[in-house]
Design a protein around this ligand. Structure first.
Ligand code: SAH
Ligand code: SF4
Ligand code: F3S
Length: 477
């Protein structure tokens, strides 16, 4: 989209962004993302960097000059999905031999230049800390050379880059508050693909949240692999080497949460992910204090057995975890809680699996993401333990935890019946154009007739019926 030597990017939620034409003026970028919300948030940074270069975004990969796939490496099937998708892009190269294909993100970081040997169509491999280098890498690829930058950084947080929002709901935005992870859970590839943990300057986070609110967004989700470990002590100061005085003057996650909540009472604040070993009551008290901080905690348990948790290097026991759940319920009796569970981790016995099931029954999660263990190269588990639970057993156990979760989700949704829920309208319901869909504070989806209400507004909805995970109701005063 060219206009008097300027590029207009219409992906910016109705408000056209005018950028000076860069060296890539008029070129089209197709950007596709896999994996977690952090990867999606990173894609918005990538879009911002390339929009400044003069690129416009397209949703049709066949017309793209540059195709970027932001990849995930968390489980083997996440990687196979990316590999399958790459086959589709072969078509683009046939039609347009000059098209550039780049892989970004965690799988790129894991495989590095080996990715180029394995998939001949790839021109660029770039890891999550090297996105500022993209314009150079594209230039290099255009000159016919393969381009790789997988250098991880201890400082990069992209704090100064204003993301180009690629979602189209215009109501909820994701904001990365930290990068990397220092935890080394034995099953997990993330510390290898995203590098060391580092926190982002709170001022830049508050600024980004304010900007989102001014553009009409009404919900921000603060993202980090372990948000409870967030600590900002000033530029360049590392958490590990702080004096007691510097620590006392630092911004903690609870303080950051408060700063964001204070931006406006109409701005909802959510966050993910809480780590059970680090979640302290401070954060829970801050959540309870502000109405606009959603009463919802995603607290991945992984396993309900303490020996397995030890082998997973999670840093907590079953008892500790249950104590954290009790703290959430004590401080916020109406809070929603969700989790992640892995079945069939190395050496997991039937009895140990039974403890995961009993914990799930005890907690009664509102929601759970459940996975079969997938061994990842280079992780501690791959080096130390045999992946010895047969696939069928992993699958059977997964089925069992899913059944328990279906029952809990149903019960938790039903508990919302007959009550009035404050809902932020996020968009049209999937089933009917006459109905809006949004979520309550506890993260349960609520669907209701539109009436005069508009997207981005808050409404009170009386829940009258429900499906397994959705409340259905009508707007009340
Ligand atoms: N930082 C978050 C998790 C990020 S990864 C935390 O610590 O809770 C998201 C989820 O993927 C994990 O919680 C875990 O349940 C799952 N996962 C990670 N590695 C896995 C693997 N090798 N096999 C199966 N599931 C895995
Ligand atoms: Fe992976 Fe553990 Fe870090 Fe989560 S906390 S990203 S599971 S290493
Ligand atoms: Fe996947 Fe990387 Fe996220 S491995 S889950 S995209 S941090």
């Amino acid at each position: 989209m060219q206009n008097d030597n300027k590029i207009i990017d219409e992906s910016k939620q109705g408000e056209a962004l005018v950028v000076e034409a860069g060296p890539s003026a008029g070129k089209k970028l197709f950007l596709e993302s896999y994996g977690c919300q952090m990867n999606f948030a990173d894609s918005e940074i990538v879009a911002s960097i390339l929009t400044k270069e003069g690129f416009s975004t397209t949703t049709n990969f066949l017309e793209a000059d540059v195709i970027f796939v932001n990849t995930c490496a968390i489980r083997e099937n996440a990687e196979s999905r990316v590999r399958q998708r790459l086959q589709d892009y072969k078509k683009v190269k046939k039609g347009n031999p000059n098209a550039i294909i780049g892989v970004l993100g965690c799988m790129a970081e894991r495989l590095k230049s080996q990715f180029l040997d394995e998939e001949k169509l790839i021109d660029i491999v770039v890891g999550p800390d090297a996105y500022r280098d993209l314009p150079n890498l594209i230039e290099q690829a255009e000159s016919g050379q393969k381009a790789v930058n997988v250098i991880l950084s201890k400082e990069e947080t992209y704090a100064d880059i204003s993301p180009v929002r690629l979602d189209h709901n215009g109501v909820s935005a994701f904001i990365s508050i930290m990068r990397g992870c220092d935890n080394m859970c034995s099953f997990c590839v993330v510390p290898f693909t995203r590098g060391r943990e580092r926190s982002r300057d709170p001022e830049s986070i508050v600024k980004e949240a304010k900007e989102a609110f001014d553009k009409g967004y009404r919900e921000v989700t603060l993202l980090g692999q372990n948000v409870d470990s967030y600590l900002w002590a000033g530029g360049g100061l590392k958490k590990e080497i702080l004096t007691e005085e510097q620590k006392a003057n630092s911004t903690t996650f609870a303080q950051l949460l408060e700063k964001v909540a204070l931006i406006h009472s109409d701005l909802r604040v959510r966050f993910s992910t809480s780590h059970p070993k680090d979640m302290i009551d401070d954060v829970l008290h801050t959540m309870a204090k502000y109405e606009n901080i959603c009463k919802y905690v995603h607290l991945p348990v992984q396993s309900g057995n303490s020996e397995i948790l030890e082998k997973m290097n999670r840093g907590y026991t079953r008892e500790w975890y249950l104590d954290r759940v009790a703290a959430i319920r004590r401080i916020m009796p109406d809070a929603g809680i969700s989790t992640d569970v892995i079945t069939g981790f190395c050496g997991e016995t039937d009895e140990q699996h039974a403890e995961t099931m009993s914990l799930m029954k005890e907690v009664q999660y509102d929601f759970a993401y459940m996975f079969m263990y997938s061994e990842r190269p280079k992780t501690l588990a791959e080096r130390k333990y045999a992946d010895d639970v047969p696939e069928e057993v992993k699958k059977k156990r997964l089925q069992e935890v899913m059944e328990i979760q279906t029952e809990s989700s149903g019960l938790r949704t039903k508990q919302g019946l007959g009550k009035v829920h404050r809902v932020l309208i996020e968009g049209q319901s999937k089933k009917s154009k006459d109905q809006w869909s949004g979520r309550n504070s506890q993260n349960i989806t609520v669907v209701f007739d539109k009436g005069d209400a508009k997207k981005g507004e808050y409404v009170n909805v009386l829940a009258e019926t429900c499906t397994l995970s959705t409340l259905i109701g009508r707007i009340v005063e």
